[in-house]
Design a protein around this ligand. Structure first.
Ligand SMILES: Cc1cc2nc3c(=O)[nH]c(=O)nc-3n(C[C@H](O)[C@H](O)[C@H](O)COP(=O)(O)OP(=O)(O)OC[C@H]3O[C@@H](n4cnc5c(N)ncnc54)[C@H](O)[C@@H]3O)c2cc1C
Length: 288
């Protein structure tokens, strides 16, 4: 069976940092598998200047990939489907088909997934016009497409706020940002858009029901203090209520001495600096 010394799964900031660090210390074969067609992960869809010294996500990727060590093999369009206790991985990819690979060390850097509409227990059917915030951000930043307005955003963390700002700037009307906590969740710099674009912030509230036929027409907003409900007309609902680490691949294998987790698949990081630090540590730790 084909083998490598270090297999890194995921080519976001954490995986890139891990690969660079591993290459400094490990002279064996290092392979990074990324299911997308380029490195960067979530950074690729972040058009805002929130990274390092005021860079956009794609600019940050260029920075991270500068002088990237040539001896690290980059396998793009390659998804790792399974990891076994016997230290083998099953990969599927364009050009390689289905391939098994033995490894000595595995660095998992698979990022996180968004909590989806279906997991929130919101009443109503499933009309057109409901997206996760990540989907909306990717559509906007990578395809230049706006969700149909007015838009309601559920969740006032950084992602909800960043989106609200970007959509407003692009001319899309925001009906409200709905937050279950008593206060807005995100960082001060991201909260500025609320005032700048006069976006209504509804705290201690949630979306209890979506209304419409084939397409979304509005949502019911429930006041969590009083229980009162009111109708808010909107054509799109964006779900920005947080992330869950993506580590299905290693379920049951946590704690194996050959396994390191870094970045958002280990824990959710709001800032890139700690993702990079964790990636580096994972890379240094896997000297064979
Ligand atoms: C929307 C958003 C905005 C943010 N904004 C900021 C900001 O303004 N400033 C800041 O400092 N930080 C920000 N952060 C935080 C931080 O920058 C990111 O969390 C960080 O880039 C995540 O890196 P990661 O490598 O852990 O995950 P990701 O970037 O998600 O990378 C994971 C990679 O793994 C790949 N992958 C997953 N499963 C597999 C598999 N089975 N096989 C192969 N490949 C796989 C994915 O395709 C992806 O490329 C933001 C985070 C998010 C989500």
């Amino acid at each position: 069976m084909e083998s490598c010394d270090v297999l890194i799964v995921g080519g976001g900031a954490a995986g890139i940092a891990a690969a660079r660090a591993a290459a400094e210390h490990c002279w064996g074969r290092i392979l990074l598998a990324e299911r997308g067609e380029a490195p960067g992960g979530v950074l690729l869809q972040c058009a805002h200047r929130g990274f390092g010294p005021g860079l956009t996500g794609p600019e940050m990727v260029d920075e991270l990939m500068k002088d990237f060590p040539r001896r690290v093999e980059l396998w793009y369009n390659t998804t790792v489907l399974r990891i076994t206790e016997e230290k083998t991985a099953l990969l599927s990819g364009r050009g390689i088909g289905l391939r098994q690979l033995a490894f000595q060390r595995l660095i998992l850097a698979t990022g996180c997934r968004e909590r989806a509409f279906g997991s929130l227990g919101i009443g109503g059917t499933r009309p057109r016009g409901i997206y996760t915030a990540g989907q909306a951000q990717a559509l906007l930043n990578q395809k230049g497409r706006l969700p149909e307005g007015p838009v309601a955003i559920l969740g006032s963390g950084d992602l909800g706020l960043i989106l609200a700002g970007q959509l407003s700037e692009a001319g899309c009307s925001i009906a409200a940002l709905v937050e279950q906590k008593a206060q807005c969740g995100g960082m001060a710099r991201n909260r500025r858009c609320l005032e700048q674009y006069r976006i209504p912030l509804l705290c201690s509230a949630t979306v209890s029901r979506v209304c419409g036929g084939a397409a979304l027409e509005g949502v019911m907003i429930k006041d969590l203090d009083t229980g009162a409900e009111r109708y808010l007309p909107c054509k799109s609902l964006l779900i920005a209520v947080g992330y869950e680490p993506e580590r299905e691949l290693v379920r049951g294998l946590e704690g194996a001495e050959w396994l390191q987790l870094c970045g958002n698949c280990r824990e959710i990081h709001p800032m890139i600096e700690s993702v990079i630090t964790e990636g580096k540590t994972a890379g240094y730790d896997c000297v064979t």
